[in-house]
Design a protein around this ligand. Sequence first.
Ligand SMILES: O=P(O)(O)O[C@H]1O[C@H](CO)[C@@H](O)[C@H]1O
Ligand SMILES: O=c1cc[nH]c(=O)[nH]1
Length: 235
Amino acid sequence: MGIPTPHISAKTGDFAKTVLMPGDPLRAKFVAETYLEDPVLVNPVRGINGYTGTYQGKKVSVMASGMGMPSIGIYSYELFNYYDVDNIIRIGTAGSMHPDLKIRDVAFGMGACTNSSFGSQFELPGTYAPICSFELLKKAVETAEAMEDVNYKVGNFLSSDTFYDDSMGTMKWAKMGVLCVEMEAAALYMTAARTGKNALAICTISDSIVTGEATTAQERQTSFHNMMKIALEIA
Ligand SMILES: O=P(O)(O)O[C@H]1O[C@H](CO)[C@@H](O)[C@H]1O
Ligand SMILES: O=c1cc[nH]c(=O)[nH]1
């Protein structure tokens, strides 16, 4: 297989070395239009629009992953293997399981637990622990520290295959100190590990399983600026 891939029609060199990756295609469009100079649409396939432009003189791309591990598994695989992308920074939303992690706070996924069987394809004789790139995490934390108004936590995510979980099992992970639940980081980290590339998931807390607070869909699409700025700074 080569370029174009089944899911990306961009040409060689169309993507920057770093791709910011929200789940939501409209969040990708918002980042491109709000923060990138001269954004060019490099992938329109399936409405998973990918854009490349510049941020403070750096070439940066942003493209959505869609929702869930199968979807981010496809896009991260194709970007890492066929488009020479070195870094993927997920800019997502997550539900808090930790009392100190409030809505609009930022969480950095040092690791990502999962209830998914995504990792079984690697045929390892045990359970793989998906982790982020330390270099990206270090830069992200330093950037967050330098910004005045960012409340953040670093720790473990749960990447769940289910948004609506019949067993109500999500909060069981909280007893292991897991901070929040989302649906992509573990597959991204495993794909980065397998390809020798770098990944980090940064999520804004969109709702709290602890308190029941939530943000609106409009806010999730457009207003999580701290996370977007941190990702752009370290790109
Ligand atoms: O807002 P995004 O980045 O899509 O992330 C979260 O939102 C979606 C579920 O509503 C899942 O993709 C989950 O990981
Ligand atoms: O509760 C939540 C919020 C965002 N994303 C999820 O997967 N779950």
